[in-house]
Design a protein around this ligand. Structure first.
Ligand SMILES: *[C@@H]1O[C@H](CO)[C@@H](O)[C@H](O)[C@H]1NC(C)=O
Length: 392
């Protein structure tokens, strides 16, 4: 009864849903359901441009609207196991995601993937746009970043028990993160190097140099959050996935702007050396009837994507409630929380011990959805193993 009441409250209001007793097990997603859902989303009208800000620049109301819509999708069981995870499953399925990673279709694919996800969220709240998570503002010791407060993304160590995704269960197991053990956030130098290039092939696998490889930089962030986010097959079940990819999409848009200034038409720019045939420009994206090149269309730049950059600040007050101004760099940077020995109620050493137990457990899990699994980290260390088999 309490569950029913909570769902009704969650569906009818913009206030955060009350703490639900979420299921501890769920049906496995079915790929036909997920593809059908993607088709439905393709056909839905576009509700206007997407105005994308750094999540920490939104006021509480605007951020709550986004995460409430995410939670409604998570509670909506019109599709197995729920709308959120059915859609995320597209990223998990080896037959469907073949052009998503390891080549030049990476940026166009994920552009479409988050565009449809945003349409999905707009089923629940028409007025919202995704926000982005800019990891270049993270402090050196990112595990103390304000990003991990309950008001933003929730904790980054172990099972997620704070924030809007607290106690989430994914089709694999409880939502878990093992932050700051591997990988790294992106930095200003990464972005500068990427934007200094002029061709998609120069920033994409397989030909990009290591320092200009946007997919590789993005992999580091996946690995940095770790847990569910650290594996290709599970990453999209952690809602921070969408904020991370919205940022990558903003970099893509900046890159395209620069291309156009330099006389390169993004729609005509596809590297001859694209590696796997799934990365050919006219290969099917496996979302609706789209081809990879369709994700590079001007439609998105003209109609959809508006990224509001962080201000070149001089005052803390310009940087929202969770960042402050580094006046030398004229850049907003994330506030840090106090380390646990100083903060009451911070993470205890017990948490650290537990998180290493979880880490060991996770590394022994063979993803039941796709058979063998590989992490974003292993793409980096052994690029040659990054091949999808035809049989999955
Ligand atoms: C939050 O920001 C939006 C603009 O994005 C504004 O319309 C709204 O009034 C603000 N709400 C509060 C409570 O400040």
């Amino acid at each position: 009864m309490r569950l029913v009441q909570c769902v009704v409250i969650a569906l009818l209001s913009l206030t955060p849903p009350c703490d639900l007793q979420l299921p501890t097990l769920m049906d496995q997603p079915q790929i036909m359901d997920s593809l059908r859902l993607a088709n439905i989303l393709m056909e839905r009208p576009v509700e206007g441009p997407s105005i994308r800000k750094e999540c920490r620049m939104l006021n509480t109301t605007d951020f709550q609207r986004i995460v409430n819509a995410i939670n409604r999708a998570k509670l909506d069981t019109r599709v197995r196991p729920n709308v959120h995870d059915a859609y995320s499953f597209l990223h998990a399925h080896p037959e469907v995601n073949r052009g998503a990673h390891g080549g030049p279709a990476f940026l166009p694919y994920h552009r479409v993937f988050i565009f449809l996800y945003e349409k999905l969220l707009r089923i629940y709240d028409r007025g919202i746009s995704l926000c982005y998570w800019d990891t270049t503002v993270e402090p050196e010791n990112m595990q103390w970043s304000s990003a991990w407060t309950p008001e933003l993304f929730g904790n980054v160590q172990g099972s997620v028990t704070t924030g809007f995704a607290r106690n989430w269960v994914t089709p694999i197991h409880t939502l878990e993160r093992f932050g700051a053990t591997q990988g790294r956030p992106m930095n200003d130098e990464d972005v500068k190097t990427i934007l200094s290039k002029n061709r998609l092939g120069e920033i994409s696998m397989p030909a990009a140099s290591v320092d200009a490889n946007v997919e590789l930089m993005h992999n580091f962030v996946h690995t940095y959050v770790g847990g569910i986010m650290g594996q290709v097959e599970t990453a999209a079940y952690d809602p921070i996935f969408w904020f991370h990819h919205t940022y990558i999409d903003c970099i893509y848009e900046q890159f395209r702007d620069k291309q156009k200034q330099n006389g390169v038409q993004p729609m005509r720019d596809w590297p001859a050396e694209h590696g796997d045939s799934a990365h050919a420009p006219f290969a099917p994206m496996r979302i609706g009837s789209l081809r990879n090149i369709d994700g590079a269309q001007e439609f998105f730049s003209k109609e959809i994507v508006r990224c509001e950059p962080l201000p070149a600040c001089t005052e803390d007050s310009q940087c929202g409630a969770y960042m402050r101004c580094n006046r030398d760099k004229r850049k907003c940077i994330a506030d840090t929380m106090k380390p646990p020995e100083q903060a009451a109620g911070g993470w205890s050493s017990v948490d650290n011990i537990l998180s290493s137990v979880w880490r060991n457990r996770l590394s022994s899990i063979n993803n039941p959805l796709t058979g063998s699994s590989f992490g974003f980290g292993s793409i980096f260390h052994q690029p040659e193993i990054f091949r999808f088999s035809n049989s999955g």
